[in-house]
Design a protein around this ligand. Structure first.
Ligand SMILES: [Zn+2]
Length: 639
C-alpha cells in the first residue's frame, strides 16, 4: 500500500469520521475513542476547553506573530527571531487546531489552520529539511549541535502536527510536507547515516505515530533506532550530565524516569509506542517499571514532576521540596501522554489515576481563567508575593511568580492548547467486551464496539464538586456487554447503586437497557494526607486533598496580622466543606526573631487562639492577586 493509499484507506477515513485521537496504537489492552465519540457537556473541563478555543487560540496566534516566530518561516535568516526551537510552538498550535477541528468541525479553525500551514511549508527545503534556525547562509550547519539544537525535536512536533492533520482534516499540504520531512530524517539518521540522537526526545513518538497513520514501517524502524541508540553516551557530556537527555543508560536498563522531565516523559512515550507496535514486551515492561518508580518516589502530591530548577529535571528519589517544585506544565502534559499510552497498552487503572491527578492539579492550575496567562512552573509553596508581569512582554520562562502572557521559551501555552483540544480522548476507551470510563466529567459517549454493537452513555455530574456521578445508558445492544468504571485510588468507601465497591476497576457485565441509570458515588470529602517519611522536605507536615483535588493555604484568606509561615494546622479538627472551600483549624505560633535560626529541640509553642481558615483548590491559587501560598502545612505541637 502506498502512503497515499494508506492516508485515504478505510482505517484513516474511520479516524477522520471519529474526529481523530492523539495516540492510536495498532494493538493493546484498550482502544482509544475519537474526539467526536465523547462530547464534553457543561462542567469543569468543557469550560476550559471553550476558553482554550475562544481565548487561548487567538492569544497564541497573536504572540506567534508578535514574537516573529511565525514570520521566521518566510523571513531571511538574518531576521530570524526567537530561541532555536521556536518553530515548535507553531507546530503545537497547528496540532491543537487539528484536534479542535476534529472535535467540532469548526470551519473557522480549518481556515486558520490552512493559512498557517501555507506560511510554514514554504520554508521546507527540496530534500525535506525544515527548520528556520539552521542550514541557511549565516546560520549554523544542519545537525551541528545535536545536544542543544533541537532539530529532531522540532521535526517531532512538525510530524505530530501532521499526524493530527491526517486524522482530522485528512490529507492536506501539511501531511505531504510532514512525509517529506520524515523521509529526510530517515535518510539522514537511518542505518549508515548519522548514528546519534537529539538532545530533546520527541521525534520518537512522532515517527511511531506517523507509522500508524501511513503504514510505512520505515518510520517505526527509525523510531526504534532512536530509542535503542539513546543511552550509549553518543551525545557530549554537559554540565548537567548525560542523564539530562537520558543518554547515560540505555532505556531498557534504566531504573527510573530521570533527567530533564519533559525529555524523559516524551522519550518514554515514544518507547511505549515502539514497544507496542513491535511487540517488544521487555521494552514495555521497562517503561512501566520506570513509571512506577517515578510515581512512587519522584512525583509531587499534585502529580507534577521535576524538582530541580537548574536542569528542569527529576530529582533523586524522595527529593521533592515544595518550595522548589519545578513541576513544569509541559512535564504534566508529557506525563499524561505517557500514562495514557501505558493505560492503552496494559489497562491498569493506576495510569488513569495519575492522569486525573495531573489534570486537576497541574493542567487546570497553569492557565488563568481568561486563557491568556499561564504558569510555566507550578510551585507548591510560594514564599514571597509574585509580581504581575506585563501582558506585553515575554518573560524569561519559569520564575514562580504570577501567570505570564508569553515566555521566551513558550512551550507551555501551546502544549496546554493541544491538551485541552484533545481532552475528550482521555475520558473513555473500549475493548472487545465493552466500555471503560476513566475520567468523570459531564459528557455524552457514543461508540461502537469492535464487533459492531453500538453503545451510548450520558454522564451527568458536577464532579469534582460532588462525587455523585450518574451514568445513563442511552443506547445498548440486546446482548450483554461490560461497563467498567474506574474507582480512584483515594476513593475508599465508594458505592455503585448503593453497594460498596473496591478501588480499581469495577465491572458490570449484563444486558443493559436504554434509559436505565447507574449511580456511582465517589467520597470526595476532604482528608488530610502525610508524605512518605523519606520526603524530608515535608516531614511532619500535612496537606489537604478533596477527591482528586489538592488544596492550599493562601495568604489572601488569613487574617492580615498573621504571617502565613506562622500558621500550624491542627489535624485533630476534621476539615469541613463550605461552599467551594474547606475550613480547617489552625493556631499561630510566633517564633522569636533570633540572630541564629536554630534552637533547642522544643520549638516555640502555639500562642494564638484557635482559628478556622479556608483552604481552596490549589488550581485556583493566585487568581485573586499576588499571594503567598503553601500546600504542605506544619502541624501544631499537640496533636
Ligand atoms: Zn513548558
Amino acid at each position: 500500500m502506498t502512503i497515499e493509499e494508506a492516508l485515504t484507506s478505510a482505517a484513516s477515513r474511520t479516524w477522520i469520521e471519529r474526529g481523530g485521537t492523539p495516540a492510536a496504537p495498532g494493538t493493546g489492552r484498550l482502544r482509544p475513542l475519537g474526539l467526536r465519540e465523547v462530547t464534553l457537556r457543561d462542567g469543569f473541563w468543557r469550560q476550559r476547553q471553550q476558553t482554550n478555543r475562544h481565548r487561548s487560540f487567538a492569544h497564541i496566534e497573536h504572540w506567534l506573530e508578535k514574537a516573529g516566530w511565525l514570520k521566521n518561516f518566510s523571513a531571511p535568516p538574518e531576521e530570524r527571531r526567537g530561541r532555536e526551537f521556536s518553530d515548535t510552538e507553531v507546530y503545537k498550535f497547528l496540532e491543537a487546531m487539528a484536534w479542535e477541528y476534529g472535535r467540532t468541525g469548526d470551519p473557522g479553525v480549518k481556515q486558520r489552520h490552512q493559512a498557517i500551514v501555507a506560511r510554514v511549508v514554504v520554508a521546507q527545503q527540496p530534500d525535506g529539511y525544515l527548520n528556520t534556525n539552521f542550514g541557511r547562509p549565516g546560520q549554523q550547519p544542519r545537525y551541528s549541535d545535536l545536544e542543544w539544537g533541537h532539530e529532531l525535536y522540532s521535526f517531532g512536533h512538525l510530524i505530530q502536527a501532521g499526524v493530527a492533520a491526517a486524522r482530522t482534516f485528512g490529507e492536506n499540504d501539511l501531511v505531504a510536507a510532514v512525509i517529506r520531512a520524515a523521509d529526510h530524517v530517515c535518510d539522514v539518521f537511518g542505518p549508515g547515516g548519522i548514528a546519534s540522537v537529539c538532545g530533546h526526545a520527541e521525534i520518537e513518538p512522532a515517527l511511531a505515530e506517523l507509522y500508524r497513520v501511513t503504514g510505512n514501517r520505515r518510520y517505526l524502524e527509525q523510531a526504534k533506532l532512536f530509542i535503542e541508540r539513546r543511552g550509549h553516551r553518543t551525545l557530549a557530556d554537559i554540565e548537567f550530565g548525560r542523564s539530562y537527555f537520558q543518554d547515560d543508560v540505555p532505556l531498557r536498563e534504566a531504573e527510573s524516569l530521570r533527567g530533564h522531565a519533559v525529555r524523559a516523559v516524551y522519550l518514554a512515550s515514544g518507547a511505549v509506542d515502539v514497544a507496542v507496535e513491535t511487540g517488544d514486551a521487555d521494552l514495555l515492561a521497562a517503561v512501566a517499571r520506570q513509571w512506577r518508580h517515578a510515581v512512587a518516589r519522584r512525583t509531587y502530591l499534585t502529580g507534577g514532576v521535576g524538582s530541580r530548577h537548574q536542569d528542569e529535571a527529576f530529582g533523586e528519589d524522595f527529593f521533592l521540596p515544595p518550595d522548589r517544585a519545578y513541576s513544569e506544565t509541559c512535564a504534566g502534559v508529557g506525563s499524561i501522554m505517557l500514562a495514557w499510552r501505558l493505560l492503552l497498552a496494559q489497562g491498569d487503572p493506576r495510569y488513569a489515576d495519575l492522569i486525573e491527578r495531573v489534570l486537576f492539579n497541574v493542567i487546570a492550575t497553569s492557565p488563568a481563567d481568561d486563557g491568556t496567562r499561564f504558569f510555566y512552573a507550578n510551585t507548591l509553596h510560594q514564599r514571597v508575593l509574585g509580581t504581575e508581569p506585563s501582558t506585553d512582554t515575554q518573560v524569561p520562562r519559569a520564575t514562580s511568580t504570577l501567570r505570564a502572557s508569553w515566555f521566551e521559551v513558550s512551550c507551555c501555552p501551546t502544549n496546554l492548547a493541544r491538551t485541552f483540544a484533545s481532552l475528550a480522548a482521555y475520558v473513555a476507551t473500549t475493548d472487545d467486551v465493552g466500555v471503560q470510563i476513566h475520567q468523570y466529567t459531564a459528557c455524552g459517549i457514543d461508540t461502537t464496539l469492535p464487533d459492531g454493537r453500538t453503545i451510548g452513555l450520558e454522564i451527568d455530574t458536577d464532579y469534582p464538586v460532588s462525587g455523585r456521578i450518574s451514568i445513563r445508558i442511552t443506547r445498548s445492544p440486546d446482548t450483554p456487554w461490560t461497563l467498567s468504571l474506574r474507582v480512584p485510588d483515594w476513593a475508599t468507601g465508594a458505592t455503585l447503586d448503593g453497594l460498596a465497591i473496591t478501588r480499581g476497576l469495577v465491572q458490570t457485565r449484563r444486558r443493559f437497557t436504554a434509559g436505565e441509570t447507574l449511580m456511582l458515588e465517589l467520597p470526595v470529602r476532604p482528608r488530610f494526607v502525610a508524605a512518605d517519611e523519606r520526603i524530608d522536605a515535608v516531614r511532619g507536615q500535612a496537606a489537604l486533598v478533596r477527591g482528586p483535588v489538592v488544596y492550599c493555604l493562601e495568604s489572601v484568606d488569613i487574617p492580615r496580622d498573621v504571617p502565613l509561615e506562622d500558621l500550624r494546622l491542627d489535624p485533630r479538627t476534621e476539615p469541613a466543606d463550605r461552599d467551594g472551600h474547606v475550613l480547617a483549624a489552625f493556631r499561630a505560633t510566633r517564633p522569636a526573631a533570633p540572630d541564629w535560626p536554630y534552637q533547642p529541640l522544643t520549638g516555640p509553642p502555639e500562642t494564638g487562639p484557635p482559628m478556622r481558615i479556608p483552604l481552596r483548590p490549589y488550581h485556583r491559587w493566585a487568581r485573586r492577586g499576588p499571594s503567598t501560598m503553601r500546600v504542605w502545612m506544619p502541624l501544631t505541637s499537640e496533636r
